[in-house]
Ligand binder design. Structure first.
Ligand code: FA5
Length: 338
């Protein structure tokens, strides 16, 4: 048995084969196990002799199997290492990096411009109360101007804010009527508008509010003009048209001349040559009063602009829905827009 088995072990070329040999000889029904089992049938004198030999054979075979197993394991490992070597000279595959959404970039650009003019950044909730969205802005419950902004109501008192103007009242409340306020507030707003090329039911706004002693309409115009020139270039013109908002008096809307220039020249993007980008005005005395500011002492201006429209104008995008349909081919074009 010993000779035959050692020979087989020597020729074994895989761990599986070695395992088979082990079972064949040392397993429950193995040949050597058979010999050891048959000991009972031997005479008293034969037993120790045969027993000793059989045990020695078992030890020798076990040791050989062990040694061979180490050798084979080593061989398997080597083969595996050989197969799995990395060819570090192969060209790499580029990783597709993401980037900020164009709207995020535009909002950050606008924030930077206003921070440079001394404004701080504020935030407010998207789920807003009827009070802040309307009443604190001089729009009592039955006011017809509420229809100007078709509203998604959640309950009688809670709604999705239709503009960022509630943050005006929230900030003035926070400052308790005795400190100047100079803030902008970017954020998402929602309206039951029918989606088309220039309207979306969800869009972004940036509110601005400047309240202090002696703030005038000319300050508003100066700030907006500076903003427009920095955002769109020195050759852009702005135009203020009289308008109406219940929370400002007087109220204006600002249009910007809408030239879109590229390497081939400039084109005017709308028949009139102007596009409306924001509403603004002098804060209504009632709004100041409700927020705890004395309108005899303080005055202020406010504005609310639409970054979606601003981005469209700046980059010549003709459909606002592009911002919200998340076609990566579109989004990727503007990763390096800054
Ligand atoms: C307002 O929302 C006022 N709260 C703005 C304001 C603030 C006036 C402070 C006075 C003082 P309006 O509804 O016009 O106003 O919206 C302001 C801007 O948001 C618009 O000029 C436009 O740029 C943008 N906008 C309005 N509706 C949409 C829409 N459905 N999709 C995309 N942009 C819109």
């Amino acid at each position: 048995i010993q000779e035959e088995t050692l020979n087989k072990i020597k020729n074994a070329y895989s761990l599986n084969e070695l395992q088979d040999i082990k079972v064949e000889v040392l397993g429950k029904k193995g040949s050597l196990t058979g010999v050891l089992r048959g000991m009972g049938k031997l005479s008293k004198e034969e037993r120790p002799v045969v027993g000793e030999i059989a045990n020695k054979v078992r030890e020798t075979i076990s040791a050989q199997i062990e040694t061979k197993s180490d050798v084979l394991e080593e061989k398997v490992l080597e083969e595996q290492l050989e197969k799995e070597t990395l060819d570090v000279t192969l060209p790499g595959r580029p990783v597709q990096a993401g980037g900020p959404h164009l709207l995020t970039s535009i909002i950050e650009d606008i924030e930077d411009l206003f921070i440079g003019m001394g404004f701080e950044i504020k935030e407010g909730p998207e789920v807003e109360t009827d009070y802040y969205n309307f009443e604190a802005l001089n729009l009592p419950k039955d006011h017809p101007a509420r229809d100007m902004q078709d509203t998604f109501y959640l309950t009688n008192e809670l709604l999705l804010r239709t503009h960022t103007s509630p943050v005006q009242a929230r900030t003035m409340n926070q400052y308790e009527g005795n400190q100047p306020v100079k803030m902008i507030c970017p954020g998402k707003v929602y309206r039951r508008d029918t989606d088309d090329a220039t309207h979306s039911h969800q869009f972004t706004q940036i509110e601005g509010l400047y309240v202090d002693k002696n703030v005038r309409m000319s300050d508003l115009k100066g700030i907006l003009d500076r903003f427009a020139k920095k955002m769109f270039g020195q050759d852009r013109e702005i135009r203020l048209r009289p308008s109406f908002f219940p929370f400002t008096e007087p109220s204006v809307e600002m249009d910007i001349s809408c030239k879109v220039c590229n390497g081939e020249g400039c084109s005017v993007c709308k028949q009139s040559g102007w596009i409306e980008i924001l509403g603004a005005g002098m804060v209504h005395p009632r709004v100041l009063e409700m927020a705890g500011y004395d309108p005899e002492v303080y005055s202020g201006f406010a504005f609310g602009m639409g970054p979606d429209r601003i981005a469209m104008l700046k980059y010549g995008i003709d459909d606002i829905r592009q911002f919200y349909t998340n076609d990566v081919r579109f989004l990727r074009q503007y990763h390096h827009a800054k």
